[in-house]
Design a protein around this ligand. Structure first.
Ligand SMILES: *Cc1c(COP(=O)(O)O)cnc(C)c1O
Length: 390
């Protein structure tokens, strides 16, 4: 039997009954749009995350897009984000006519480097690219928002990012697409992914830690004014009634079927997070003694949900050898992310040179991911470790 990279079938076997019942109820009700399950999952996840409001969206990308629209992000605005992430993070800023300003990562955590953020903001404020590499732009940019990404399931460096954002008047939009369920200690309190910033966004793409069976996403906020804007933008900038449009919006709703799937999956979610920690502990034991592998590091006081298990090889040649061995042993692998966003063709007009984001470029050249999901067994993990040991 082949080894899955993420075992959605094993998970489905566990939730098939409740998922089927939930979907059946939606089918019988005919309430496919904004059915009662949508409000139910919004309430449940807002409580889980520890914020007042949640707004279901059609995808994680829509959640990010709607959030930036609610903040009024547009042409002339600088939106700070890491280049070592999924496309959506920077795409949404560019789609709205704003300018993505890339901020390098720490290779230890793969998350945004807060000192680099501080420099990047000062560079934009003074329009001085000698302080930090800046994208090509016309006229002066206004620092508007920062999108820290909780990459691979670990929360970003909010200890440092929150005060920087505050000092410079930047709105934080947390990209928690890969981190739903992750926690960190901050000022003596345990905080969950989705609780940082003016608005936080997550994705329910099937392979994410909390996935549905199609596309889905959610925005979280404690801010009543933001809630109003998110709800309006989600349906074509709706005003006080369906036939009044007060701003531009999108069709960005979470559909009822996906809400029903998520309700069923939430019943096993905490257990899945616990199982993920066991899998990671076993990987640590099995892979720790293999020379030349840098295993993921999780900061103190943090709990990652390990959307991916990402290892650094010694060099890109070493990675190629390792990937070859995995393939020969029938073990699937992946590279997140082979090309950082500042070097993607779509952003060539921003004029970033190779070498401008050394941490991201280094990570891209050496990183690779091995199977990671709650249903990995010791036996399979041993096979994977044996393949890597060569
Ligand atoms: C998956 C992902 C998104 C987008 O989510 P979709 O639901 O696929 O639109 C955004 N940001 C990051 C970091 C992601 O991993």
């Amino acid at each position: 039997m082949s080894i899955p990279f993420i075992d959605l079938k094993a998970q489905y076997a566990r939730v098939a009954g409740p998922v089927g019942a939930g979907l059946d109820a939606v089918l019988k009700s005919g309430a496919f749009i904004n059915g009662p399950d949508v409000a139910r999952i919004e309430k449940r996840l807002a409580e889980y995350v520890g914020v007042r409001h949640a707004v279901g969206c059609a995808s994680g990308t829509d959640a990010l897009m709607i959030s930036l629209m609610a903040l009024g992000v547009g042409p002339g605005d600088a939106v700070f984000c890491p280049p070592f992430t999924f496309m959506s993070t920077a795409e949404v800023a560019a789609l709205l006519g704003a300018t993505p300003v890339f901020v390098d990562i720490d290779t230890a955590s793969f998350n945004m480097n807060a000192e680099a953020l501080e420099r990047a903001v000062r560079a934009v404020e003074t329009d001085d690219a000698s302080i930090h590499p800046l994208p090509a732009h016309d006229g002066k940019l206004t620092p508007k928002a920062v999108i820290p990404v909780d990459l691979f399931g670990q929360l970003a460096d909010y200890e440092r990012i929150l005060p920087i954002a505050k000092a410079h008047g930047l709105a934080i939009v947390e990209d928690a697409a890969q981190a739903f369920g992750a926690t960190m200690e901050l000022n003596g309190k345990t905080r969950k992914a989705g609780s940082f910033g003016k608005i936080a966004c997550t994705s329910f793409f099937p392979a994410k830690p909390l996935g549905c069976y199609g596309d889905g996403g959610m925005c979280f906020t404690d801010d009543d004014a933001m809630l109003e804007l998110l709800l309006s933008i989600r349906v074509h900038g709706q005003g006080t009634n369906k036939y009044e449009n007060v701003r531009l919006g999108v069709t960005g709703r979470l559909d009822t079927m996906q809400a029903a799937v998520l309700l069923a999956k939430m019943d096993i979610f905490d257990d899945e997070v616990r199982l993920r920690q066991e899998v990671v502990r076993r990987y640590g034991d099995l892979l720790g003694s293999i020379p030349g592998l840098t295993l993921p590091t999780i900061g103190t006081g943090r709990m990652s949900v390990f959307a991916q298990y990402c290892i650094l090889a010694e060099s890109s040649e070493h990675r190629a050898q390792l990937l070859e061995r995995l393939t020969a042993a029938g073990v699937p692998s992946s590279i997140y992310y082979p090309v950082p966003l500042h070097l993607q063709p779509v952003f060539a007009h921003l004029g970033y040179a190779a070498g401008s984001m050394p941490g991201s470029e280094d990570a891209s050249s050496r990183v690779f991911s091995i199977p990671m999901h709650p249903y990995l067994t010791m036996a399979v993990q041993k096979e994977i470790a044996a393949a890597l040991a060569g």
